[in-house]
Ligand binder design. Structure first.
Ligand SMILES: NC(=O)c1ccc[n+]([C@@H]2O[C@H](COP(=O)([O-])OP(=O)(O)OC[C@H]3O[C@@H](n4cnc5c(N)ncnc54)[C@H](O)[C@@H]3O)[C@@H](O)[C@H]2O)c1
Length: 456
């Protein structure tokens, strides 16, 4: 039997780590990851890797140059492959029909057209990007009506990794989901891809379904996860008003095995490239299929999240005697969660913008996110001298009126808060948007503390 050859389109947060794991686990399979972005491919080949994930470097080093390759020669890799993973971006549409909600499938469609143009022989196309339910049918139509010499099976194999724990999630996934056409050819293609994962994932964790269930399950999984965060965040506001404590409530309800303890941490709001985009996509689909009540139900998850972010910045302003004009607010953490350099849709964007609008001087520190990225997320192409980015947490807090914790980076738990307090304007405020600090101790040091879901 000839050697299996995989080509991946898209060397981003999903394509890079997933393909590195497949290559590391299957030394006999040749895996080529492609991207049109030359700097991205160079970074995968030469480092530092474009994606920060604990443990990823070791996985990449194990296989790179042997059976794992990164290249901008997209067409060459496509031609040689028998399995093609599509891991391109599917952002929210910014214009046209469905703007602000529907998924922008431009990259997926152009990937399909490129595959149709160069493919010869039998190819399995695996959708790993998150896409609206029934996209496979559009991809198949494009492939089958544009290709001269190719025959295709399209599978859905959504990725469930979480940024920050991508390597552990890929190594030991809760499940791998593979959907395909319920025909002999479709089922054979599903089995071919399932057998790759089965090299390291126990068979009972590999779920196979029809195409549409698989496509829809990814959107629904993210909607349920985000809904839990919005649910607990909504209760955090009630806790602040009633002297209940959100962590105690979360622990009490999480002990119920029907609810479970995970994903019940109240915070300044969820971020990341997926939750909001995938829920909005679900909302759009519901509207498209004539289900406005279902659409409204899920849209409220995003509305609650927006409210939580703005509620947090409003609280900073009101605690600082209702004005932050000319005041220095230190922002510790900009990434949307710890252990990632990803800042897409991070709650920090909304908080920084709100504070800048109020006239504050906003001084940001994040251990993994470069200044240029923070500036472009908050300001776009505009300039604003009131946004300052520093490379050290203590320096960022020097002279501040308030310190806001927006990412739960471990290093913030061990900061020298006595020193920070000494260097701040008094009264010195801490706004813990992640509930990771020892609040009683901070109060003993003289801080005024606001923490999500805790009455003062
Ligand atoms: N980031 C996550 O945690 C995560 C988790 C699960 C699923 N997803 C989904 O996976 C998909 C990819 O997400 P991401 O975070 O990796 O995006 P990303 O933006 O980091 O990477 C996408 C890459 O695809 C490249 N690309 C676009 N068109 C291409 C083409 N025709 N050929 C080759 N390369 C091409 C882009 O240059 C970019 O580098 C999205 O649909 C997303 O919703 C993301």
């Amino acid at each position: 039997m000839s050697q299996t050859r995989i080509c991946c389109l898209g060397a981003g947060y999903v394509g890079g780590p997933t393909m590195a794991m497949i290559a590391a686990k299957c030394p006999d399979i040749q895996v080529t990851v492609t991207d049109m972005s030359e700097p991205r491919i160079r970074a995968w080949n030469e480092g530092p890797l474009p994606v920060y994930e604990p443990g990823l470097e070791d996985v990449v080093k194990k296989a790179r140059g042997k059976n794992l390759h990164f290249t901008t020669d997209v067409k060459g890799a496509l031609k040689a492959a028998d399995i093609i993973f599509v891991c391109v971006g599917t952002p929210t549409k910014t214009h046209g029909v469905g703007a602000g909600r529907a998924a922008d499938l431009t990259y997926v469609e152009s990937a399909a057209r490129m595959i149709a143009e160069v493919a010869e022989g039998a190819k399995i196309i695996v959708e790993k990007s998150t896409i609206p339910v029934r996209t496979a049918s559009a991809i198949l139509t494009i492939l089958r009506s544009n290709s001269k010499n190719g025959t295709f099976q399209v599978l859905s194999n959504p990725e469930f990794l979480a940024e920050g724990t991508a390597v552990a999630d890929l190594e030991n996934p809760d499940r791998v989901l593979i959907g395909g056409e319920q025909t002999p050819e479709g089922l054979a293609a599903v089995e071919k891809v399932a057998s790759i994962y089965a090299r390291w994932v126990p068979r009972p964790k590999i779920l196979t379904t029809n195409l549409w269930s698989s496509e829809l399950s990814k959107l629904v999984a993210n909607a349920f996860l985000a809904q839990r965060i919005s649910s607990i965040n909504s209760i955090s506001a009630l806790c602040e008003a009633t002297e209940a404590d959100i962590d105690e409530v979360a622990r009490a309800i999480g002990c119920d095995s029907r609810i479970g303890p995970k994903f019940l941490k109240a915070s300044v709001g969820f971020g990341g490239s997926c939750f909001q985009k995938d829920i909005l996509n679900l909302v759009y689909l519901c509207e498209h299929f004539g289900l406005p009540e279902v659409a409204a139900y899920w849209e409220s998850v995003v509305k609650m999240n927006d409210w939580q972010k703005h509620r947090f910045s409003a609280r900073i302003v009101s605690d600082l005697f209702s004005t932050v004009t000319g005041k220095h607010i230190a922002i510790l953490g900009f990434a949307f969660k710890k252990d990632t350099n990803d800042t897409r849709e991070t709650a920090a964007i909304a908080v920084c913008r709100d504070l800048l609008k109020e006239g504050a001087k906003v001084v940001v520190y994040d251990p993994r996110v470069p200044e240029t990225q923070i500036r472009s997320e908050v300001l776009g192409s505009e300039k604003n001298p009131n946004l300052v980015v520093l490379k050290n947490a203590l320096e960022a807090c020097q002279g501040a009126h308030g310190v806001a914790i927006l990412t739960e980076w471990d290093e913030f738990k061990t900061l020298d808060f006595k020193k920070i307090h000494d260097g701040m304007n008094k009264p010195a405020f801490v706004f813990d948007g992640r509930n990771i600090l020892p609040h009683a101790k901070l109060r003993e040091l003289g801080f005024k503390v606001f923490a999500i879901g805790k009455a003062v």
